[in-house]
Design a protein around this ligand. Structure first.
Ligand SMILES: [Zn+2]
Length: 162
């Protein structure tokens, strides 16, 4: 028996002003994105902005439904929109942020497992990792590159894609 360890690496910026201008702008676009959130049940508004290689930016927000499981996270709305319409234009960076009037969000909000699994598929489709900026408004920003840094034991079976 051998004990094994997996290390993941990410960057933490104290606030949005430590980012490059382009990354800061993308985080602010994620804020703009959650304006279209449909979240009458959770009141938790999430925005995602995708920076594509062409310079194009895609906006998405979480969409809830009275039949709860029918809703979708902002990240998957963004990623499925990308794969439906822009799959030849790789995703360089995805910025995600969240806001609620119910309490103060004090740390970056991370993506759920289902969104990470979809992100893995998108990385596979485009053949390169996606850089993710998790932006806490008035707080820190976490930069994580590649889904392997979120889900080191990610399910993927190449033989299923043949
Ligand atoms: Zn999710």
């Amino acid at each position: 028996m051998t004990d094994k360890q997996i290390q993941i690496v990410f960057k933490e910026y104290q606030n949005i002003d430590e980012l490059t201008t382009a990354d800061k702008q993308l985080c602010l676009k994620a804020v703009k994105s959650f304006e279209t959130s449909h979240s009458p049940y959770s009141h938790f508004r999430v925005g995602a902005a995708l920076q594509l290689e062409s310079g194009n930016i895609l906006y998405a927000s979480n969409q809830e439904n009275v039949a709860y499981p029918s809703g979708l996270c902002a990240e998957r709305v963004a990623l499925f929109h990308w794969s439906s319409n822009h799959a030849t234009d790789p995703i360089i960076t995805m910025a995600v942020t969240a806001h609620t009037d119910e309490f103060k969000v004090v740390k970056p909000v991370t993506s759920c497992g289902a969104c990470l699994q979809v992100m893995a598929e998108c990385e596979k489709m485009q053949g390169k990792p996606i850089r993710v900026l998790l932006y806490c408004i008035d707080g820190p920003v976490w930069e994580v590159t590649g889904v392997q840094s979120f889900l080191p034991f990610l399910f993927f079976e190449d033989r299923l894609t043949h």
